[in-house]
Design a protein around this ligand. Sequence first.
Ligand SMILES: [Zn+2]
Length: 270
Amino acid sequence: MLGTGAGPTPKAGRQPTAAVLLHGGAAYVIDCGNGVGPQLVRAGVALKTMRAIFITHLHLDHVADFGTLVTQAWSQLRVPIKLTGPPPLARMSELYRELFSVDLNSRVAEEGRTPLGDLMHVQEITGAGDCYADDNVKVTCLPVPHGGIDYAFAYRFDCADRSVVFSGDTSLSLALADFAKGAHTLVHEAVFPPALHRLAPLGGAKLLDRIMGAHSAVEQAALVASRAGVAKLVLSPLAPADGVTDDEWIAAARTEYAGEVVVGRDLLEV
Ligand SMILES: [Zn+2]
């Protein structure tokens, strides 16, 4: 877990959403909240082992650093990275390279680097299905409901010995429970409603309505884990990002789910 805090406003204790799945010496990044590159390095993940990046949706706290992460890994990349996410990720990738063209062009001209665009292979997804496969892992995606945004996806990683599902941001989705059936671990976003009133002064009732309409209470995340029959539920990203104890998160999840509950924490290895 690289970043476990929901929302774009910086938090002292949690980075915005990002995770990395490690298997067979390769790294697969799920979401690119601001700071994902430094968090990967702090986690001891060699940037050159990155094979693919999966963006669940285009809210800033999940996508802000997608281009910066590839740029930070650039000097170590020998083969292209595949980026998968909703449209207009391809256009965003072009615009990123235009935005930072002074830096990017100078490194190509002066250091002889491969143009960054040649190392960013973007695949846009708009529906459920297979979206990635290599010798390590097969990845499938499922649209999930997330308020008014056009596209939000969950991703399922099937490895030879284990399967892991990442919900991304989603309101309660029983389709997600079906999607996660047979998986070992479900990483699911979670909101702790009793603590949300602390956010009210920032945006009032409208913000609270938006949060609860687009996200999952921790009990709902637990219900999905229970229906899916997974062995382990990892809660991440969390809203609010602080002020709720691990015991409180776990007790709330326990009302709907009997399996192992792990409260997400930055740099926690699961
Ligand atoms: Zn979101």
